[in-house]
Design a protein around this ligand. Sequence first.
Ligand SMILES: *Cc1c(COP(=O)(O)O)cnc(C)c1O
Length: 407
Amino acid sequence: MRHTLLPFSPPLIGDEEIAEVVDTLRSDWITTGPKTKRFEEEFAAVVGAPASLAVNSCTAALHVALAALGIGQGDAVITTPMTFCSTVHVIEQVGAKPLLVDVEPDTLNIDPEGVRRVLQHVPASSRIKAILPVHLYGHPCNMDPLLDIAREFGFAIIEDAAHALPARYKGRIIGSPCDSASVKVLTCFSFYATKNLTTGEGGMLTGPPEFVDEARIWSLHGMSRDAWKRYGAEESWYYEVACPGFKYNLADIQAAIGLHQLRKLPDFHARRTEIVRQYNEAFSQCEEFQIPAKRAEVDHAWHLYVLRFNLDRMTISRNQFIEELKARNISSSVHFIPIHLHRYYRDRYGYKPYDFPVAHREFQRIVSLPVFPAMTDSDVQDVIEAVLDIARRHGKIAAASPSAARG
Ligand SMILES: *Cc1c(COP(=O)(O)O)cnc(C)c1O
């Protein structure tokens, strides 16, 4: 057993990031300026986006995406219960109503068939304006049927790509334009400390230039010019306020980190993929577990490795499993507590646990294991040994016939 606690998802910051931050601090521009501009451009090039806006979180990107699309009071947005709360909070914050649709049993992504079913039953007066799919754990959603629905009903699509860097759906990298030119698609990335690329806190919005321009205004006080242009040598002091915007800009200190993280992204992704390969090889043999889904048409970003328990083959619950991992010095987590189980949403919309049966059922049996680029092969082995040891001791097969116990 390990003697020190294996963390869940620490960042991997190198000397390049540190030197770039110091360079920024020694310059006379520390907030949104030339490095943020460069980070926006280099990020857009990596994901093939026509335009990009750096903001201080993915939550901010989602919020300004809704604002730029003019979604507000009395509107509705279709999304998933299987996500982090901020995906849904922003819908509430603009005064719109979230319409939750249950997830697919394999990927736990929003089920396009479920979206169709919901659309057959909503009153004609529902002002649905957009679908907000979440590429959960880094596995892209089934985008083609979602785009078909969006085109048919005139919805926009706002992708929560907090986990999906870098990920591909049918060869197309998430963040680049879809073939479906008639559908407005905006994509939101997160650079939070635990994410695949970090700036400490940060986010990026990508999409068609006209919406990204509009979002840029919303992201900085509704001002029609950003500060560094305003105070730059060739620009005047004048600005106009077009809307009551937010304060969501990313600072150059943060962009400095992002510039180097972006260069390391292919190596980070390769390491994540290798860790997942080792986990899959070890756990696919065990009847106690179900390994993560990966459909043939996607490239997975592997932000999270979510193992599922076959509870009928275990004598302990998921929560006890997490305690057992902790006792073996392995950190783990649960992604996510479904939205409809949270008190605010339960009270506001009267949700019952079984309103979204797949999300509710799968929530009972998911655990996220550590995956991070600095993880060594020996760390990975420690996790595998701990998980297999727990299965050996608390698996029903082992319990029923001790002679059949492995090892
Ligand atoms: C992390 C996360 C967010 C929020 O990202 P921030 O950059 O922290 O605002 C949104 N959605 C999902 C699915 C996330 O995991």
